[in-house]
Design a protein around this ligand. Structure first.
Ligand code: BJ8
Length: 382
């Protein structure tokens, strides 16, 4: 890694990672390295990594293909699902194009039904995720599903995945998670060291870097440089501190973060799959590999789980550790589980003495004025 890289250069390497990753994905294919596409944080990436595969997120965050998708899917459906299907259908996503296998999971109804259609263009393997984290049956089901995924990948790529391969993948993925955690935990600094857009761009960009060792070095170097310049006195002005919770964001959905930062506050923490949900918990390195993976992934606090107390526990810790002044719950349009859960999140956040607003968004950029007005009014009353 080039340690002479300066901060702006490192930031732009992450914000450009998705675009630049297209070429890297093509190179992987030329070297016969399998590419596995995923749509969810529940997918145990270590299993694919143990087979030598690269893993890429196929969740689309642009409204470019939504119109086309609406020819086949209902208009009143989550934009993430419509956009992802649209990119697959129109063959406009190079990552989808280069993926050898798509791994889905039975989270929300819209996604699991969309996988049936994706199966018309690509091999799709759907993992049966339990609806609850409680009880031995759920644990057993998810463990069996992780083993079934291993067998599917072995079969498909004609390879044997040994326990030590999974162990190695666990160690590497844990190191990557820790580097990402160390980076986004910089949001705890008060006054802030960096903006919410900086945090989001780096964490999101890291998912499109296929050389994990290089990416770990780069993120750790970035974290160190920011700490150094913070110690030298480079800080952002004090402003209200916002935590974003809810559905995954990124791409077009960045508009919420931009609206916060345009209207006099900083996003300091993200309790969502784009940032903390996927990275906060590491895999136990001392247990049986399948038990450890089951434990880590099943604990993700997604609203598709009932009850979903892990989300509340993470929120409570994050509100305290990041010294948050307000919480914004981002709900993608027609995402029923996050929308219904919003009432209990409001109650919980308010009971901790912190103001809360839910914001329902799609991927269009046409209603920015309204979004700015709402978020501006919320920030003003903090
Ligand atoms: S673990 S948050 S990545 S399911 S697609 S549920 S927004 S209606 S993305 Fe998710 Fe996995 Fe949970 Fe995370 Fe709602 Fe849209 Fe469904 Fe969505």
């Amino acid at each position: 890694m080039d340690i002479k890289k300066e901060l702006p250069e490192i930031f732009s390497s992450f914000s450009e990672a998705r675009k630049n990753g297209f070429i890297k994905a093509k190179e992987l294919k030329e070297k016969n390295r399998p590419l596995v596409g995923t749509f969810c944080s529940y997918m145990p990436q270590e299993i694919a990594m143990a087979a030598g595969a690269a893993v890429v997120s196929l969740c689309s965050t642009s409204d470019e293909t939504i119109e086309e998708a609406e020819n086949y899917l209902p208009k009143n459906l989550c934009p993430l699902i419509k956009s992802s299907y649209g990119f697959a259908k129109t063959d406009k996503c190079p990552y989808f194009y280069f993926s050898d296998l798509i791994v889905g999971e039975t989270t929300c109804d819209g996604k699991k039904k969309m996988y049936e259609y994706l199966g018309e263009f690509k091999p799709v393997h759907v993992m049966q995720l339990p609806n609850t984290q409680i009880g031995e049956n759920s644990f057993k089901l998810w463990k069996d599903e992780i083993i079934r995924l291993k067998e599917k990948i072995e079969d498909m790529f004609d390879i044997e995945i040994k326990e030590e391969d999974i162990k190695r993948a666990i160690l590497l993925k844990n190191r990557e998670r820790q580097a990402i955690k160390d980076f986004y935990s910089l949001g705890k600094l008060k006054p802030s060291a960096l903006t919410g857009m900086d945090i989001l761009n780096v964490v999101n960009g890291a998912t499109f870097k296929f050389n994990k060792e290089e990416s770990i070095d780069e993120i750790s170097d970035l974290t160190e440089k920011i700490i150094k310049s913070y110690k030298e006195g480079k800080r952002l002005p004090e402003k209200p501190r916002i935590l974003i919770t809810g559905c995954p964001i990124g791409g077009a959905a960045d508009k919420v973060v931009k609206a916060v930062e345009k209207n006099g506050a900083y996003v300091v923490a993200f309790e969502n799959c784009t940032v903390s949900k996927a990275n906060e918990l590491l895999v136990d390195e001392n247990k049986d590999v399948f038990d450890a993976l089951t434990e880590k992934y099943l604990a993700i606090g997604c609203s598709c789980m009932t009850p979903n107390k892990n989300r509340l526990e993470t929120l409570k810790d994050m509100m305290r550790e990041y010294k948050v002044d307000g919480v914004i719950d981002v709900i993608l349009q027609a995402c029923h589980t996050y929308a219904v859960e919003s009432f209990s999140i409001k109650r919980f956040v308010n009971s901790n003495g912190i103001p809360y607003i839910p914001v329902e968004i799609d991927y269009s950029q046409s209603n920015l004025g309204q979004l700015n007005t709402r978020i501006g009014a919320f920030i003003e009353m903090l």
